[in-house]
Design a protein around this ligand. Structure first.
Ligand SMILES: Cc1cc2nc3c(=O)[nH]c(=O)nc-3n(C[C@H](O)[C@H](O)[C@H](O)COP(=O)(O)OP(=O)(O)OC[C@H]3O[C@@H](n4cnc5c(N)ncnc54)[C@H](O)[C@@H]3O)c2cc1C
Length: 506
């Protein structure tokens, strides 16, 4: 067995899919009997959908979720009714930047069930009620002790991946620090019916030291409510919706008529000291957790899993040198630190007593200036940040060169008129040329079994930043590895040598 994936939350499932679709033998275990019932994450960002498109199922997820059409940002008023500060049209926020220029809501529990099915279609079943107890590692491999329905067993694998959430056994076994803290406040999440009927928009209301969000859930026809439990409650276990109804309904601006389920969470802000030690990796919430403000946590875990998935697969299959695995931590930990710091700043601002007016002035005000005016530059900037399409790996040991405005490490820019993301469904290395491919670059591709995609040059290629007739070596996760002007195959060859890129086995 090559890889043991510990944890079948969204991170573990996406990692397992990345491995299974590339033919890597793996096991995936979870100590729970099934996907979480009380779903947390709702927002599925464009970058996640772009990854899913490579697997061929983005459109199915979009059809099962709800494309958020409008965001209503509101402030709780003195008369205890929220009043609107800003309405933002969300449908075309990232027009021309991504095949998915919107924010999708799709509950995490439905999302996990969907991924479990796709994984089963790829021939892998999640082993439930099976817990990683501990493991040891040596230069040769990993010995993991599991306890499951049939008792204890030891498994020998080449690599172990801890996708086991905030209380990660893998992280703890490795003795890695998890610096940060735990917020005093806790969040509630519930599925509920509201008196105003099924609302398709996203409502965010900021009150004094509090916050409530309301999203639509297609599968239940209900609203998902997420918010901060008022300060006077201190026990997440015993708090019920009726306890907080008096404070929350004025924020929602409607009455809750039925509660399907209700659950409370404590939230941490922490980043692990390292994301890798030898043959063990930590991925997703096991490596970074933060306040749900901004809907980024699950999407970041899926981004980690996508980054690690192709690297592990290519190392196991002998396509690239093992040193490529060294790039996982530097490529992902910088973003994790930035995300945790940003969400911490915003969250601390929100919960600071008596801060409402200041919050509006310092955070919402600038937002109003940039995006509320409908100026496309501000809207596009917001989209880039929230959708995670701005994440890049500039400075990584895997990133080289620049041609036009596109550098090694950039997400491959999308050109709508050419749909240049379609070939990413091969889940493999590829070279893109916008214009006429050179003979030397063509020979390089042939030698390594890499497909060369030539796109007829049009002005949109230039707008996206590509240089005419340049060659872009694209990684299996859709990021540019190396960019070279013209037919400079020597630079492609030296890049391939550096990372030990081998010809694909027939
Ligand atoms: C209120 C709230 C709202 C949120 N909203 C959003 C949002 O809109 N968008 C977003 O992107 N994120 C959001 N998040 C964050 C998101 O829920 C998490 O980031 C996401 O669940 C992390 O996924 P994961 O797979 O890394 O970990 P988890 O979902 O925690 O999964 C870990 C899995 O590992 C298993 N496990 C643990 N230990 C072991 C062991 N020893 N052996 C075997 N199995 C084990 C567990 O059973 C679990 O199934 C929200 C979080 C909260 C609290």
């Amino acid at each position: 067995m090559s890889v043991l994936v510990v944890g079948a939350g969204p991170t573990g499932l996406v990692l397992a899919l990345n491995l299974a679709r590339r033919g890597v033998p793996l096991r995936i275990i979870d100590e729970n009997a099934g996907p979480g019932q009380h779903s947390r994450a709702m927002a599925v960002q464009a970058r996640t959908l772009e990854f899913y498109r490579s697997f061929g199922f983005a459109d199915e997820i979009v059809a099962e979720g709800i494309v958020v059409e409008r965001l209503h940002l509101r402030e709780s008023g003195r008369d205890e009714r929220p009043h609107q500060i800003l309405q933002l049209d969300f449908t075309d926020l990232g027009d021309g930047m991504s095949p998915f220029p919107f924010v999708l809501t799709y509950p995490q529990d439905d999302h996990e069930r969907f991924l479990v099915k796709k994984l089963a279609d790829a021939g892998v079943t999640v082993e439930r009620n099976t817990r990683l107890e501990t493991f040891t590692q040596s230069a040769e491999g990993v010995d993991a002790k599991l306890s499951g329905p049939n008792g204890d067993e030891h498994v020998a694998v080449r690599y172990i991946c801890g996708c086991d959430g905030v209380h990660s056994t893998v992280r703890e076994t490795l003795g890695l620090g998890f610096a940060g803290g735990t917020y005093e406040h806790f969040y509630f999440v519930c599925d509920a019916k509201v008196a105003s009927g099924f609302e398709r928009d996203l409502f965010v209301t900021v009150g004094t030291g509090t916050l409530a969000l309301m999203f639509p859930v297609r599968s239940t026809g209900m609203q998902r409510l997420i918010g901060l439990v008022p300060r006077n409650f201190s026990d997440p276990q015993s708090t019920t919706f009726d306890d907080i109804r008096g404070e929350i309904e004025p924020l929602l601006g409607t009455t809750v008529t039925e509660v399907n389920w209700f659950s409370c969470y404590r939230v941490h802000h922490r980043v692990a000291e390292h994301f890798r030690k030898g043959r063990a990796f930590i991925v997703g919430d096991a490596g970074h957790v933060h306040s749900p403000v901004g809907g980024q946590g699950m999407n970041t875990g899926i981004g980690d899993a996508t980054n690690l998935g192709w690297k592990l697969a290519d190392v196991v299959r002998g396509r690239v040198a093992e040193s490529v695995l060294d790039t996982f931590e530097p490529e992902r930990i910088a973003f994790a630190h930035a995300l945790v710091n940003t969400t911490d700043r915003v969250f601390t601002e929100i919960v600071r007593p008596g801060v409402r007016g200041e919050l509006i002035r310092r955070i919402v005000g600038p937002l109003l200036m940039t995006v509320g005016t409908q100026f496309s530059a501000g809207r596009h900037e917001l989209f880039r940040t929230v959708s995670q399409t701005q994440i890049n790996y500039a400075g990584s040991a895997l990133s080289a060169g620049r041609a036009g405005r596109v550098s090694g490490g950039d997400r491959l820019p999308w050109v709508a008129t050419l749909d240049n993301f379609a070939p990413l469904s091969s889940l493999d290395w590829q070279v893109h040329c916008y214009g006429s491919p050179g003979t030397k670059a063509s020979a390089f591709c042939k030698q390594l079994g890499i497909s060369l995609h030539a796109f007829a040059w049009n002005e949109d290629c230039g707008h996206a930043g590509f240089a005419r007739d340049a060659h872009y070596l694209v990684r299996p996760d859709g990021y540019v590895a190396a960019a070279v002007d013209g037919d400079d195959a020597m630079r492609l060859e030296s890049y391939a040598d550096r990372i030990g890129l081998q010809a694909k086995a027939l």
